[in-house]
Design a protein around this ligand. Sequence first.
Ligand SMILES: Cc1cc2nc3c(=O)[nH]c(=O)nc-3n(C[C@H](O)[C@H](O)[C@H](O)COP(=O)(O)OP(=O)(O)OC[C@H]3O[C@@H](n4cnc5c(N)ncnc54)[C@H](O)[C@@H]3O)c2cc1C
Length: 467
Amino acid sequence: MNSSKVIQLVVENNLCIGCGLCVYKCPSDALEMKWNSEGFLVANEIKSCDCEGKCLEVCPFNPFPKDEVKTENEISDLFLKNSPNFHKKIGKYNNIYAGFSEEFRLNSSSGGLGTYILTELLENKIVDHIFSIKETKKSGVFYEYSVSSSKSDLLIASKTRYFPVTLSTVFSKIDNLEGKIAIVGVGCFIKAIRLAQNSDPKLKDKIPFLIGIICGGVKSKFFTEYLASKINIKSENIHNPQFRKKNIESSASDYSFACENEDEVEKSIRMKTVGEMWGTGLFKNNACDFCDDVTTELADISLGDAWMDPFDKDGKGTNVIVTRSLLAENLIKKGIQNKSLKVDFLPLENFLASQEGSFNHRHLGLPARIEIAKKNNQLVPPKRNEKEKVPFDFKLVQKQRIKVRAESLEIWKSNPDAKSFDAAMEKPLKKLKLYTEIYHKRRRLNYLRSRFYEILKERILFKNNPN
Ligand SMILES: Cc1cc2nc3c(=O)[nH]c(=O)nc-3n(C[C@H](O)[C@H](O)[C@H](O)COP(=O)(O)OP(=O)(O)OC[C@H]3O[C@@H](n4cnc5c(N)ncnc54)[C@H](O)[C@@H]3O)c2cc1C
């Protein structure tokens, strides 16, 4: 049997993120998406593949992309030619804002800009359908991509779902859907769509707008099972999991996970009491360790949480917004003018601060993870800053995060029980905390030392030349 390039070079390298664009692209129809033993959706071969690498062309983690689409920089040159600004951490953009939608905020996870923009696209007939995430009745799956063609459909597709999804469910219908389509997705999914548009220009016209969801990592379905187990609900009895239940009396980060048990009784747990779930890498997909696209650089508009003062004090939720295309910029401006949006310009440094943890991990730590992967003979996709130097103490942090990520999946697989999991993860997490503290202390010392020399220099200059 001829094996698909995606299987050989991506799936077998543990780099599949589950977007499913390869399933759509493969002319041999040799692939389907399937749950793997780590709780992720990955490409799976169902018959012999002779597509000669067509499936690989659209893969966001392809270790051997063509030069014209090598990284997000080259792809944005193709798709965001007219964006007037560029920042090496943000990519090409028009403007940066923070704020919320008056109408959708309370039914959404952050400020409701996601649902607002999608509704505007539909109501103004810029597109006819939206691909976004909705509840499904499929057992143990909870959420999946589906097609929305009305505002009421969109309202039930609001909110953040930290659950693996795949575009293959909706792309299988794309050729039979009349009209234009907008798609919501995290950075790597948006990249896959851009790659598909690059290899098939008719998709450029068909999909005129992409909404990027700023993403701190794709979690395994084990993450949902773990949170449910914390509130004594077994995986087979989980119903209607809610990942971001707001507490509007409290701060934005004080949200809860909630789900219903077999008797449809809702139980919840404040995420603050669960411990650090994002910076540690728990239950994360391995491919995310090789993604340096913090702000979903290839979308028309990127939306995230405004995790900084004063917005984080408001439990109702606030978005950070990066407009990249002119259409996105006009939609935001129109919303401000007609008062549907309470949105203001956000200084660049405030936006960067809101995603600081993600920039540190994904940009500064990436060369260390690439070095480790290459030592283990793993293939990795080309990255923009892969040659930069990583301090020794931060390398230790990266090494330990890699361990924590992999162990969390192994441990849950062998015993899906939150109490035993917490006990088994205590040691590796403590080690990670210690390495992180050492790294932070050394950075602080470096900062104080350089400030000391700056002040000393100023004093000497002043002494020698008081005027
Ligand atoms: C896996 C994941 C990780 C995230 N990490 C970060 C982060 O580190 N920093 C940050 O600032 N923001 C992060 N976000 C984004 C944040 O949680 C909000 O989704 C975003 O701010 C938009 O909020 P909103 O109120 O405008 O969206 P809403 O109006 O609630 O609409 C959300 C839209 O996103 C779609 N959606 C929900 N889940 C998914 C999914 N898994 N994949 C694709 N589309 C989805 C919905 O269908 C809906 O259209 C993450 C989101 C996800 C899904």
